[in-house]
Design a protein. Structure first.
Length: 76
């Protein structure tokens, strides 16, 4: 399965060419705390996009740094 990781206020290498899943399929991660839905931080700027191929969401979440704010969405 393919996932797109959006980074806020943290640098990740950009990648692209995919259609993102809708915001209701997003999982937001802030300092390892998970929340369903898109990130709602008014002061955070999108700073990076990374495309990952992984068998499931848990593998993607385990690959993220322990600090930082991220939104993870399935992509196709």
């Amino acid at each position: 399965m393919r996932f797109v990781v959006l980074a806020f206020d943290d640098a990740l290498l950009p990648a692209g060419g995919l259609t993102l899943g809708s915001v209701d399929t997003a999982t937001s991660v802030q300092d390892r705390t998970l929340r369903d839905g898109a990130f709602e931080g008014p002061t955070s700027a999108l700073t990076g996009i990374q495309v990952l191929d992984a068998p499931d969401l848990d593998v993607v979440l385990e690959s993220l740094p322990p600090t930082g704010t991220f939104e993870v969405r399935p992509a196709w």
